[in-house]
Design a protein around this ligand. Structure first.
Ligand code: ADP
Ligand code: MG
Length: 319
């Protein structure tokens, strides 16, 4: 049996628990009668001061930063928090695509810096969740706008704090791959980071390097998401376990996201995974990660276990 559950303190926390058999999972992935975390009867308590400026980074490209940024920011908005997501992946921007907002991006930071529009004109408000807004740095495939760098991004985040409608609860920054100028710019206004890694050695090496750079920049609050995890491969010892990853990086675990074909489907549709009903496994995992990002003291919350008595990799979340 596989059980997926979120349980902090059973007395004080809402409870999410669902049990299903691997056979059910294999044959009917879309008809799982799992309940969303959104059925919780309370809003999580925001730990830390608003706005929490969180950069989603990795070092290596293609590990799931944009997928994470899209799903976590929408999950946060659905939990009732005001969220601004900034696509700082200049030139290779695709957060708008994943969110299905590409046709609504008329202005970017490039036009703000040129004096062609105001900040509020460049912010794209989601019609589904009015407390969610997207800000893109530039048009797709364009170069870094002249005059755009760390100072400009810090200025933008400060401007977001000073808006009439109030400071957002979260500013999430989707960081480009690599550790060059785009990376330095993207991390500059952040006071916390979510490091996305896949359980493979190249991604881990890059993640480790990025952790060092984040710390040098004064970002000490770093949590990790292990993405594209496959239990079958871990069982066959063809993939590192989440515990191995944790031991190598020594970072608190924000979430473990399974490899899930629904991610690719939702990417191509421009329909974020966390909006899927019934929810996909990866969508639930992102929702859980969002919850834990809000309530920082619930880092030990998630358990997704296999064969409860054995030390399955999912049973080792969060120490
Ligand atoms: P990055 O922003 O780090 O370059 P993306 O979020 O764009 O990475 O993801 C790269 C590719 O991997 C996309 O095609 C995405 O659909 C796919 N992907 C990401 N996470 C998963 C997952 N958990 N399961 C399956 N595919 C995934
Ligand atoms: Mg990306």
């Amino acid at each position: 049996m596989v059980s997926l559950q979120l349980l902090t303190n059973p007395k004080t926390s809402p409870l999410y628990c669902h049990t299903f058999s691997p056979k059910t999972l294999k044959n009917k992935p879309r008809t799982l009668t799992v309940n969303s975390l959104l059925q919780y009867n309370r809003k999580p308590q925001l730990a830390g001061e608003a706005p929490r400026v969180v950069v989603i980074t990795s070092g290596k490209g293609g590990v799931g930063k944009t997928t994470t940024a899209a799903n976590i920011s929408l999950s946060l908005a659905r939990l009732g928090f005001s969220v601004v997501a900034i696509d700082a992946d200049v030139g290779l921007r695709n957060l708008d695509l994943l969110l299905g907002l590409e046709n609504r991006v008329n202005y970017t930071v490039f036009e703000i810096l040129n004096g062609d529009c105001r900040l509020d004109q460049a912010l794209v408000r989601d019609k589904r969740w009015s407390n969610f807004e997207l800000l893109c740095i530039s048009k797709p495939r364009s170069k870094l706008p002249i005059g755009f760098g760390a100072k400009a991004l810090v200025w933008l985040v400060d401007a977001l704090k000073g808006r009439e409608e109030g400071t957002p609860d979260f500013v999430l920054i989707d960081c480009p791959a690599g550790i060059d100028a785009g990376f330095i710019t993207a991390i500059s206004p952040a006071n916390e980071a979510v490091l996305v890694t896949t359980p493979d050695i190249t991604s881990l090496r890059d993640a480790d390097r990025v952790t060092g750079l984040l710390e040098c920049d004064g970002i000490r609050d770093i949590k990790m998401i292990v993405n594209r995890v496959r239990t079958d491969m871990i069982k066959g010892e063809d993939m590192m376990s989440v515990l191995d990853v944790q031991e190598m990086l020594g970072l608190p675990l924000l979430g473990v996201i399974p490899e899930d074909t629904e991610v690719i489907r939702s990417t191509n549709r421009g329909h974020p995974l966390v909006l899927n009903r019934p929810p996909a496994l990866a969508g639930l995992a992102f929702e859980q990660a969002a919850w834990r990002l809000v309530e920082q003291d619930s880092m030990k919350a998630v358990m997704m276990e296999e064969e409860p008595k054995k030390r399955g990799f999912f049973s080792l979340f969060g120490g």
